[in-house]
Design a protein around this ligand. Structure first.
Ligand SMILES: [Fe+2]
Ligand SMILES: [Fe+2]
Length: 288
């Protein structure tokens, strides 16, 4: 019952209730790259949404970000943290909002979001090592969104996705392989379509598209590499579950290109475990 990729794209694009980024987040993404954008513009936008403002401030003063409790306004947060960090916190908080209350017979949603959060934190840790212009904050959001295509499959194409899960179970294979075998395309493609629809920055599109094949990324390859490794480190530490029963290997050329040895990977796992202990605020956002 394979449906071709173009047909599937049409079907997905025809779904009128596909998630849309909340207005504030999408406006912030839109103005993010304009040199004319000021901190006041961004602060004004976030302040329009009271619930979002509350969540952003809650994240800012959480032990994960570790900023002092004196930060009580968005404008103050932008001055202290900088625009890029605040933009990424807004995106993170908005995505939690989008996916709240989802249920599924095919994926364990709670474990899925734990996997995404673990990957976000791990990608940020790896990005610090990679450098080369990659902002660790951006890698965090890339990790957070990397498997979003699976949510689209699960929530909007449940009839098509059920046989994929069945194929994975029967053949004991990775979910991505099952998607390709049964449907002819996978969650990286579906996630990319959505990211383009949302007009997300190129680095985030790359994270979603190439997190399994970072060496194929022509631009922003560091982002793809950070999320690729972040994804696998998260599986290695056993945080959540993205829908696989086994752990694929890290792509060898990536390890070589960025000079990552066993010691680096081990240290990253230790740091990831420490950071996860401070990340309870995100779980509160999933639940409330
Ligand atoms: Fe994936
Ligand atoms: Fe993943």
């Amino acid at each position: 019952m394979a449906i071709d990729s173009a047909g599937a794209r049409k079907k997905i694009e025809a779904i009128t209730d596909l998630p849309t980024l909340p207005t504030v987040a999408s406006k912030i993404v839109e103005i993010a790259n304009s040199p004319k954008t000021s901190a006041t513009d961004v602060g004004g936008l976030i302040n329009q949404d009271q619930a979002l403002t509350g969540k952003v401030l809650k994240l800012v003063i959480s032990s994960f970000y570790g900023f002092p409790h004196q930060i009580k306004t968005i404008n103050h947060a932008i001055v202290i943290l900088g625009f890029n960090k605040v933009k990424n916190i807004v995106l993170t908080a908005s995505v939690f909002e989008l996916t709240k209350g989802q249920d599924s017979k095919r994926l364990d949603i709670r474990k899925f979001w734990e996997h995404s959060l673990g990957c976000a934190i791990a990608s940020q840790i790896v990005a610090k090592h990679l450098g080369r212009g990659l902002q660790p904050d951006d890698a965090f959001v890339g990790g957070r969104l990397h498997d979003f295509g699976k949510v689209i499959f699960d929530q909007f194409l449940p009839e098509e996705y059920a046989p994929v899960i069945e194929y994975r179970n029967v053949n004991n294979t990775l979910l991505r392989k099952a998607e390709k075998e049964v449907l002819g395309f996978d969650h990286t493609q579906v996630g990319t379509w959505l990211a383009e629809k949302w007009k997300l920055p190129g680095g985030l599109v790359t994270a979603i598209r190439y997190h399994h094949l970072p060496q194929s990324a022509r631009e922003e390859r560091e982002m793809a590499a950070a999320v690729h490794i972040g994804d696998i480190l998260t599986r290695a530490i056993g945080v959540g579950n993205g829908g696989d029963f086994s752990i694929p290997a890290i792509t060898e050329p990536v390890l070589k290109q960025y000079k990552m040895d066993f010691e680096f990977l081990q240290n990253s796992i230790t740091t990831l475990a420490e950071e996860l202990r401070k990340a309870s605020v995100f779980f509160e956002l999933i639940e409330n």
